[in-house]
Design a protein around this ligand. Structure first.
Ligand code: 5CA
Ligand code: ZN
Length: 482
């Protein structure tokens, strides 16, 4: 077991520690770099996260499909920009058993090429559009930057990719906004703060017309891209010659978008809400929302009464739809159990002992603030329900307050550089809009560009580009990035 680490002082190592100590993810043992194992408790968190995104996508008319993992070389290479961007990251299968394959097969790094190819068989008329598909699968990328658990994987196991098809450009623009809205609701439910930027031309998805990204800030002040939405225009459908019949009976290439999330979302939940004691899970993705820790009784009769009392409370909570676990483990002290469930981030703990049975009470402790109080037995389930709501809200608010303190403005290169090296986080500067100046800013601040807000912000009016001195047309966001 890795040594215990403090969230507040040594975040990257805290993250490795907590994944293992809380039983989320085993990163250290599997003998292939960039690939880890989801452990039982982590898998349950993962399942709740995927259930949430499934619900949001299903509600907005997306349909789940499942595409093959292997992509033949001629499909993978059809769209020139796409393969140029992914070339260095693709794993290839070249043998089948004892035979050299005639056609090399790529392990999908993403599925635009497969979807577009299949759409040529499925979609014939504008009447079938928009078509909105998604899948939640593993993808493989031979990442060359240092791999990190859940953050930079070579097998991304929780890749949620959506692919949509449209009759015209306007409809893709509408779809991009819908996708942004779905992702906002997703991150809001999880209490993960974000900033939405249009990535600069030199950092868009390979094959896209433009890319919109969601970034958050991790506890060490580095920005993490946690979701992306791409307008693909007709780039893929031209390359694959996928045309559709329009209302006026003419033919045109289909218009597309795609958008994705990954295991990084789970890394963000864990990192942003956690503390020195371990995980602090938002109730919506907590496998156990309430744990009941019995305080042992001295006599057998008291023990029996305690058991009935606790099972009664647990049953009532379960009937309200709450995920409850009673920790009846023998041979470990209540203190040890407290420690254990705090490490696992269970939002609410009830402590119930013989004294509570006599007094008709329960002790309620919340994981986020560690506050504890005694309430009447009859008020237990109402109190817990209110508390779960309160924890969700206060985790979200706390995370946003913290995040906002990491988004700062600078007027000069020197100031931007100072903030980025001392405090990190995200720095916004006025920008003339020229790539040359954007790249110069990256170089001078030793940071990476996140892009610009979707609308030019008010505050840049009258300001000047800190590199060339020309009037600013928008702002540019910079950060040290994962
Ligand atoms: N086909 C599009 C949309 S699904 C696509 O692949 N977009 S992407 O390349 O930007 O990936 C989507 C998201 O996956 C990214 O925003 C990022 O949050 C996450 N991601 C990308 N690479 C990795 C990786 N190696 N490990 C973990 N997450 C990753
Ligand atoms: Zn400039």
């Amino acid at each position: 077991m890795a040594e215990r680490r403090r969230w507040s002082e040594e975040y990257p190592r805290w993250f490795d520690w907590v994944l293992e100590a809380a039983g989320v993810y085993d990163w250290s043992h599997y003998p292939v770099k960039g690939m880890g194992v989801w452990l039982p408790y982590g898998y349950k968190i993962r399942r709740l996260v995927t259930e949430l995104i499934r619900r949001l996508l299903d509600e907005t008319g997306h349909e789940e499909i499942l595409l093959p993992l292997l992509i033949p070389e001629h499909l993978m290479k059809r769209e020139a920009e796409h393969i140029k961007g992914f070339e260095a990251e693709v794993y290839w299968v070249t043998r089948g058993g004892l035979h050299e394959l005639d056609v090399k097969l790529a392990l999908r790094p993403t599925s635009e090429t497969v979807v577009t190819y299949m759409e040529s068989f499925w979609l014939k008329s504008y009447k079938q559009l928009p078509a909105k598909y998604y899948q939640i699968v593993s993808i493989f990328r031979y990442e060359t930057k240092a791999t990190r658990p859940l953050i930079r994987l070579r097998e991304v196991t929780t890749f949620k990719e959506a692919h949509t098809a449209h009759a015209d450009f306007e409809d893709t623009e509408r779809q991009v906004l819908e996708a942004i809205d779905v992702y906002k609701r997703f991150f809001d439910e999880l209490g993960i703060p974000y900033i939405i930027s249009r990535r600069p031309e030199w950092d868009k998805f390979a094959g896209a017309v433009y890319t919109i990204a969601f970034d958050t800030v991790m506890p060490d002040g580095k920005a993490l891209q946690i979701g992306t939405v791409h307008n693909l225009g007709q780039n893929f459908t031209r390359a694959f010659d996928v045309k559709i019949q329009l209302p006026d009976e003419t033919l045109d290439y289909i218009w597309q978008t795609s958008y994705g999330l990954s295991d990084r979302v789970i890394a963000a939940i864990i990192s942003i809400h956690g503390d020195d004691r371990g995980l602090v899970l938002p109730p919506i993705v907590a496998p156990i929302q309430v744990v009941i820790v019995p305080i042992p009784a001295k006599s057998e009769e008291d023990e029996r009464k305690l058991r009935d009392y606790i099972e009664g409370v647990a049953k009532e909570l379960r009937e309200k739809g709450i995920r409850v676990h009673v920790d009846w483990r023998q041979g470990v002290t209540p203190g040890y159990k407290f420690y254990d469930w705090e490490l696992k981030g269970v939002p609410v703990r009830l402590e119930i002992g013989p004294r509570d049975v006599r007094n008709g009470t329960v002790v309620v402790a919340r994981r986020d603030t560690l506050e504890k109080r005694t309430v009447k037995r009859e008020e237990a389930s109402e109190t817990v329900l209110r508390l779960l709501d309160d924890i969700s809200r206060s985790l979200r608010e706390r995370a946003w307050r913290w995040f906002r303190s990491y988004v700062n403005r600078a007027e000069t290169v020197e100031e931007a550089r100072r903030i980025l090296s001392e405090k990190r986080g995200i720095v916004e500067v006025p920008w003339c809009g020229r790539e040359e100046c954007g790249r110069k800013l990256e170089e001078l601040t030793d940071a990476k560009v996140l892009g610009s807000p979707l609308q030019p912000p008010e505050w840049v009016r009258g300001a000047r580009c800190p590199v060339c001195g020309a009037p600013a047309v928008t702002s540019l966001r910079l950060a040290k990035r994962y």
